[in-house]
Design a protein around this ligand. Sequence first.
Ligand SMILES: [Zn+2]
Length: 225
Amino acid sequence: MVGQAVSAGVDRMIAVGVDLEHSQRAVALAKEFPEVFAGVGHYPTDTPEPDIEALRRLASDERVVAIGEVGLDFVDAKQARFEKLLALAVELDLPVSIHNRGAADEVAAAIKAHPGLRGSMHYFALEWDWAERFLDLGFYLSFAGLVTRPSRNALREVVKHCPGDRLLLETDSPYGQAHIRMGVPNRPAYLLDTATLVAELRGITLEELADIERANAFALFRKMT
Ligand SMILES: [Zn+2]
């Protein structure tokens, strides 16, 4: 899968963890492949409480470039763990990759409560007024295959207007399929489907978009360089 991605021109990837075990696997992948970096995180939904100590130890690895995936999935009484993970990101000076579903107000408030926190809104799917709020908080917006789906006009408007220095792309594989890949597991190589449309929407070439993406990823996920 990594080879296929590299052949397609995707030569830097972040594998994110959704709990301690998957974070360990992400770090192991990052050690095996120079193109892969790791995120250490804990998903907001039905999982036990995170072992912050173990995550802290794992996050000190040189291949770990982010605390993620972390977030809120509706307001599901997981706010306390989210706060702990944001505090860990500030402590370790790592960016966060934030999952938000139905809890944008609470996520914005939590970001504000952690001065110095930086990161990206993963799988950004909201309209422009929300985009502006997260941009004002200094966050990057990360867009996935959702933007290619015909019904997502409002999201395509956000992609057009997002400042070039805050725009990130991701696959969220094996989820987050682009419209033409529905029904098959997503893969990092398929980032090109999203990138092709985003370049077209912004009126730039794919190469220009790739330069922007590389610069933004290196600026946010500093240890990737
Ligand atoms: Zn997510």
